[in-house]
Design a protein around this ligand. Structure first.
Ligand SMILES: [Zn+2]
Length: 325
């Protein structure tokens, strides 16, 4: 300021005033404490005061880029609109939508759900234990099956169905857990393995148990073979002796595969001929290392026609291998 005053007195001109202002600015800048370079503990110099971070304009993303990143919980809080299948399923099942299943390789599915229970027409629920992870169309078909077939058929045995034992649903693996095998429908969330149903009176009806009412098992077989694309059970390939595999695999001409020998209970089996008993006990001639779907199976390897269980009309859907799907 002192210097400024001297110059102003000497010159008294507009130019002098301009220089004064300039010098004032320079003098004020010189008064701003500048950060000093100091030594840190380990000898690394750093500034004593934090420096402002300036992002060059070219590096600053436009606002719409930020807007494209959702909040952490935004996806869970605001799922996409339910599919038409899910809208239908809401009326007959308890489930949670799964945005998109993404697994290794070809595994995964869109429009999948976490199926907790099926709502019967009388509003009682059949719990899926553990909850199934299925494509919505598969979950929907399963729900219709339980509501329209399993529940009334089981009621004939004197009690209501309450639990569906889910042995396996979505799982990224090859058929029959064979590494390198074609992808199982389980890997597409398009299959479920059902082991048994539990009833309100405490009974457990295992689908493959020869001691369970045979008429019921045959009726259940007829119902699944009418509804699902693939049914694999005892006698199919040796891997389904204790559960029934159901899926909605897509095949040419909508061919269905129904492989489930509804076997006789021990007493009835003793009355059959030794040959028939042997054939009933042996794995199916069409056996193959294939879980959810059939591999190409030449018909000429089928040695003999096996005695067919007495089936209902709707059960005559046993189709031979026809689809390499
Ligand atoms: Zn299976």
């Amino acid at each position: 300021m002192k210097i400024c005053g001297v110059r102003a007195a000497l010159a008294l001109s507009a130019l002098g005033l301009l220089l004064c202002i300039t010098d004032m600015a320079a003098a004020q800048l010189s008064l701003v404490p500048q950060p000093k370079r100091v030594k840190a503990e380990h000898g690394v110099p750093h500034a004593s005061a934090p420096q402002p971070v300036v992002i060059p304009e070219g590096f600053a993303p436009p606002q719409e880029v930020y807007a494209a990143f959702p909040e952490d919980n935004a996806a869970a809080a605001a799922p996409s609109a339910p599919s038409a299948c899910q809208v239908r399923l809401q009326k007959i099942a308890v489930f949670q939508p799964i945005p998109t299943l993404v697994g290794a390789g070809e595994c995964g599915a869109a429009d999948a759900v976490h199926l907790d229970a099926i709502i019967l027409p009388d509003q009682n629920k059949v719990t899926v234990t553990p909850a199934g992870v299925l494509r919505c169309p598969m979950a929907e078909e399963l729900a219709h099956w339980v509501r329209e077939d399993v529940a009334p058929l089981t009621q004939k045995l004197g009690s209501a169905v309450r639990v569906l034992d889910n042995f396996d649903s979505y799982e990224c693996r090859g058929r029959n857990r064979v590494r390198g095998a074609a992808l199982s429908e389980h890997g597409r969330a398009n299959a479920i393995d059902v082991r048994l149903f539990k009833l309100a009176d405490g009974r457990a009806l295992t689908l493959t148990d020869v001691n369970v009412d045979k008429t019921w098992r045959e009726a259940i077989k007829a119902s699944v073979c009418a509804r699902f694309a693939t049914v694999l059970g005892p006698g199919s390939d040796g891997n389904h002796e204790e559960h029934i595999h159901l899926d909605l695999a897509e095949r040419r001409n909508n061919y269905k595969l129904c492989e489930w020998d509804v076997r006789e209970p021990p007493v009835a089996q003793a009355e059959t001929t030794p040959q028939a008993a042997e054939q009933n006990a042996a794995p199916s001639a069409t056996a193959e290392a294939d879980d959810s779907d059939e591999a190409a199976q030449p018909l000429d390897v089928v040695p003999l026609p096996r005695p067919r269980p007495k089936l209902a009309e709707g059960a005559g859907l046993r189709l031979k291998k026809s689809d390499p799907n």
